[in-house]
Ligand binder design. Structure first.
Ligand code: PMP
Length: 285
């Protein structure tokens, strides 16, 4: 395996960054995960646009142009012979003597890692449906920025794992679901209306979420952009999560309570198949 680290492709075992990297000390960095399907990136442009927004919001310098970045990602994928999987990229403010304010004249750290992923497992999860649990949303006030500060997400995902669930749906102080620990959360009402939150500072505006919204619109499905409670989700007809590596996965139980008939529903199945087709056509991006 080969990783990309600051301009070089190095063997995985030797790939490292400095001990005083600000990503390590302050979570002062951002990341993206892009799916690789049949040798092509899925929604690459959207991920790169969001990456630049995250960097701009934190005033971290862009290490290179969007085009150059795409080349690095493609080369990382190619050198690892990944045809189906994902590429992870992380950019931090760089390495400097540990002081809270931004250092002067320090170049950002840029790393990229590719890995294999078995899409058949995702398809099996989609066919069966998955369980989700609820977990308090203890994250900070700028969840719209895709930072590497993922400890609250890791705690939530660990709780899900210990309950045998696939995902944890994070719940705010007022009892509304914000999003999944690493996915966006949706429900489908009895009238086949999709409900998902507005992309405010409380959630990450998912690239998969945007693509699904576009597909749903073309399909003539109605969408309401509003928060929903745990009780409303449990009483919904269908529910699902969306993310770059999950695509669209039906959630069939929430905290052990069945949603709808407790199995995958037709609306989510349709959205998944539309997204799969979209991912296939965009695999040459
Ligand atoms: N919300 C959170 C908190 C996430 O970590 C992710 C996945 N990175 C998503 C939503 C889904 O975003 P995307 O569709 O761009 O993968």
């Amino acid at each position: 395996r080969i990783a990309y680290v600051n301009g070089q492709y190095v063997p995985y075992a030797q790939a490292g960054v400095h001990v005083e990297d600000r990503g390590f000390q302050f979570a002062d960095g951002v990341y993206e995960v892009v799916a690789v399907k049949d040798g092509g990136f899925v929604d690459l442009e959207g991920h790169l646009v969001r990456l630049e927004r995250s960097l701009d919001e934190l005033r971290i310098d862009r290490p290179m142009s969007r085009a150059a970045l795409s080349v690095v990602l493609a080369e990382t994928v190619r050198r690892n012979r990944v045809r189906n999987g994902s590429v992870y990229l992380q950019i931090t403010r760089g390495a400097a003597r540990r002081e809270f304010p931004f250092p002067d004249g320090v170049a950002p750290t840029f790393v990229a890692i590719a890995r294999h992923l078995d899409w058949a497992k995702g398809a099996a999860n989609a066919a069966r449906g998955v369980a989700a649990i609820t977990h308090p949303d203890i994250r900070w006030g700028r969840c719209d920025i895709k930072t590497v500060g993922l400890l609250p997400a890791a705690l939530a995902k660990q709780a899900a794992k210990e309950s045998g669930a696939y995902e944890a749906w994070l719940v705010d102080d007022q009892g509304f679901v914000t999003e999944g620990s690493s996915s966006n959360a949706w429900i489908v009402t009895k009238d086949n209306v999709l409900v998902t939150r507005k992309p405010t500072h409380e959630i990450l505006s998912g690239i998969t979420r945007s693509a699904v919204l576009e597909l749903a619109k073309r399909e003539g499905l109605k969408v309401e952009f509003r928060p929903f409670t745990v009780a409303e989700a449990q009483a919904a007809k269908e529910a699902f999560v969306s993310s770059a590596t999950s695509f669209v996965i039906p959630v069939v139980t929430l905290d052990g309570k069945p949603i709808g008939n407790g199995g995958p529903g037709v609306v989510v199945a349709r959205l998944r198949s539309l997204y799969e087709a979209h991912a296939a056509t965009h695999s040459t991006d």
